[in-house]
Write a protein that binds this ligand. Structure first.
Ligand SMILES: [Zn+2]
Ligand SMILES: [Zn+2]
Length: 121
């Protein structure tokens, strides 16, 4: 691990708030003031390739998530915060009907959208 990769990893490893690259960059800069956003971004992609992080797309922004086990997300439509949602993994979610015979489902993504606690009061 390079020093930069280590600092980037430290900035996200315990973070459950699903930060964007910009938010991570702000934190990393406190430790490495000369680092560029591009470098932070490249190191994030490295961590994704190593399967230490997963990426969530929300519109045009990417959110990084150190929880790589299967879980789902709640996206607040007002503040863009992302929350983890645990679903019952015992229950298989099956589509009522696939487009044609012979299709095989290997995974699925489920997302919830709405207003979070901070925004609904
Ligand atoms: Zn919100
Ligand atoms: Zn998550």
């Amino acid at each position: 691990m390079t020093k930069q990769l280590e600092v980037v990893w430290d900035a996200v490893r315990e973070d459950k708030s699903h930060p964007t690259a910009d938010q991570i960059y702000d934190r990393v800069r406190k430790k490495l003031p000369n680092i560029s956003l591009g470098t932070v971004y490249r190191n994030l992609q490295k961590l994704v390739a190593e399967q230490k992080l997963q990426v969530l797309m929300r519109g045009r922004s990417q959110h990084f998530d150190p929880l790589v086990e299967r879980h789902q997300h709640f996206f607040c439509e007002i503040c863009d915060r992302v929350y983890d949602v645990l679903i019952d993994n015992q229950k298989e979610i099956k589509p009522a009907k696939l487009p044609h015979e012979g299709f095989k489902v290997t995974s699925h993504q489920l997302a919830f959208y709405g207003t979070c606690k901070h925004c609904s009061s």
